[in-house]
Design a protein around this ligand. Structure first.
Ligand SMILES: Cc1cc2nc3c(=O)[nH]c(=O)nc-3n(C[C@H](O)[C@H](O)[C@H](O)COP(=O)(O)OP(=O)(O)OC[C@H]3O[C@@H](n4cnc5c(N)ncnc54)[C@H](O)[C@@H]3O)c2cc1C
Length: 500
């Protein structure tokens, strides 16, 4: 399998910019370094690269033309939504074009009868729910970044959020997408109906990280707003008990609208920031939201409260109005910026594990944290086992970033070892490409390359992301073999030595 990261176009920046300016407003063809700078990374700013050009088409025809030219000239194309991604998926290619979908920001139709919306890819996630709100409807998947991230980015990353435990990820809430192939051909995947015949290419496209095509229109399902929603907050004196409580709720037959967990570092940071009334002495905190009709919510809230108390919660508090509910969520929603205040830098990981492994993985992570001397704060979607360890570090301390990346890699490998996977919702991008061989063997990876090649034979769509080359897999495996089965601390040292 060839190394598809090595794409070298034979065209200069000036010539390419001139070609684009023939059919796109010159203001939207960016070629000077100062204006290119904001595009050099996504939300994960530890990886960055300046692009050759950024282009912001306003119509599908213009985007088609951009793709045709890039295809002809073998220029890499990296699609970009709002750039809030956390895996360096939208990081530019130094010899490539960033195809920003920012101008595709119109909601084309809200259909309350079909409970569906048709939107352009640059529409913000939250804007869909705001527009659907007047019909008593909303769009289910709610990434914490929903105020900024785009639906095109959500499709590319198969994004999730607090309410995905009950309402599903992006893939479960799509009807169809319109797509431009690498050659600039228009195709539609999925349909207006609930099922489509043929191979499920819509599911394949969802989560494909801009490697297979460019999304130009999205049709999503809308949900009726629940009559009532209430949240129970419970503090626990160990992550073990809180982890057990998560499993117990689901086993009780209750599917919460959201079930989130925070550990002591995250609780203290969030409380100092948001003043949400969190118990700062607790070792773990659960937020369990129940939504539905008034009758079922009351019944389930009673059940959740007594379950928490029975399992040894040290404090239990329930919201009784919208203001209280918003306040309890405020701490969780501002946890990332809150953690940013207690450390010069933090690195957000994203792995998924079976719910039953929560306590074990959190305890093991704490041990690894002590061994390598980096603090870790945990705030995550506990109901679906989607962890977000935030590793606290200082990029100005020489070697600390590498140590952090290594610790992050070890956490992801731990997720795989207990039956989980290396990403829950943020995607692989550049960040987790090194850990792909921990999850997949060479045959699996070769199949990914074949799928990629079926859509993009020259490998110019978002090269170097998502799928490791077989050479990278071999390097990973030989590094693994050179590590003795040993303590986390010693492994850490070996890997630091082996880094780069
Ligand atoms: C504070 C914070 C909280 C977050 N919380 C969550 C969360 O709760 N859940 C979650 O899932 N994520 C979360 N994220 C990550 C991020 O917001 C999501 O991955 C989001 O879907 C990215 O959307 P975007 O528009 O910013 O895409 P970008 O970052 O611009 O791009 C992401 C990927 O999508 C591709 N892409 C973008 N548009 C298109 C298109 N039109 N066609 C084809 N490919 C395209 C890009 O090439 C790239 O690979 C969070 C991020 C931040 C900063």
């Amino acid at each position: 399998m060839s190394d598809r990261q090595d794409v070298h176009p034979g065209v200069s920046r000036e010539v390419l910019a001139q070609k684009f300016r023939a059919f796109i407003d010159p203001e939207y063809v960016i070629s000077d370094d100062e204006t290119l700078k904001p595009y050099e990374c996504d939300g994960l700013s530890v990886y960055s690269e300046m692009p050759m050009l950024v282009v912001l088409p306003e119509t599908v025809e213009q985007a088609q033309q951009v793709l045709r030219i890039c295809h002809e000239e073998r220029v890499p194309v990296v699609a970009r939504g709002a750039g809030t991604g956390l895996c360096a998926g939208a990081m530019p290619h130094r010899e490539g074009v960033v195809l920003s979908m920012a101008k595709f920001n119109r909601i084309l139709e809200i259909n309350p009868v079909a409970r569906a919306a048709r939107v352009q890819p640059g529409v913000r996630n939250l804007a869909i729910s705001e527009a659907a709100g007047k019909y008593g409807l909303y769009y289910g998947p709610d990434p914490s970044s929903q105020i900024a991230c785009t639906i095109g980015g959500n499709v590319a990353e198969n994004s999730g959020g607090v309410h995905c435990l009950k309402y599903g990820l992006t893939v479960h809430n799509l009807l169809s997408v319109d797509l431009l192939t690498v050659e600039g051909e228009r195709i539609t995947l999925g349909s207006e109906g609930l099922d489509s015949c043929g191979m499920d290419l819509l599911a394949l496209m969802t989560g494909s990280e801009g490697l297979l095509g460019i999304v130009t229109e999205v049709r999503v399902k809308l949900l009726p707003k629940p009559e009532v929603a209430q949240v129970v907050m419970a503090g626990f004196d160990s992550v073990q008990t809180a982890g057990d409580a998560v499993g117990a709720i689901i086993a009780e037959g209750i599917i919460p609208g959201g079930l989130e967990m925070m550990d002591s570092h995250a609780i203290v940071a969030a409380e100092a920031f948001a003043k949400a009334g969190y118990p700062t002495e607790a070792k773990a905190l659960l937020l369990c939201e129940v939504d539905g009709t008034e009758e079922e919510v009351h019944e389930h809230i009673d059940a959740v409260e007594s379950l928490f108390k029975r399992l040894g919660a040290t404090s239990v508090r329930t919201s009784h109005n919208e203001e209280e509910r918003a306040r309890l969520w405020q701490g969780r929603k501002s946890a990332f910026p809150a953690v940013g205040r207690i450390s010069p830098d933090y690195y957000c990981m994203d792995g998924t594990i079976p719910r039953g492994q929560l306590a074990h993985v959190l305890t093991e992570m704490e041990r690894m944290s002590e061994a390598c001397g980096l603090r870790v704060a945990n705030v995550f979607h506990a109901g679906d086992g989607n962890l977000h360890p935030l590793i606290l570090f200082d990029a100005n301390v020489p070697g600390e970033l590498e140590k952090t990346e290594d610790f992050g890699g070890r956490i992801l490998e731990l997720c795989v070892a207990v039956g989980g996977c290396i990403t829950g919702e943020h995607g692989v991008g550049v960040e987790k490409i090194r850990q792909m061989p921990a999850q997949f063997n060479d045959l699996d990876i070769a199949q990914f390359h074949r799928i990629k090649a079926a859509f993009d034979p020259a490998g110019t769509l978002n090269p170097g992301k998502g799928i490791p080359t077989l050479r990278q897999c071999q390097e990973y495996r030989s590094l693994e073999m050179s590590i003795e089965p040993n303590s986390g601390a010693e492994n850490q040292l070996h890997r630091e030595g082996g880094h780069e």
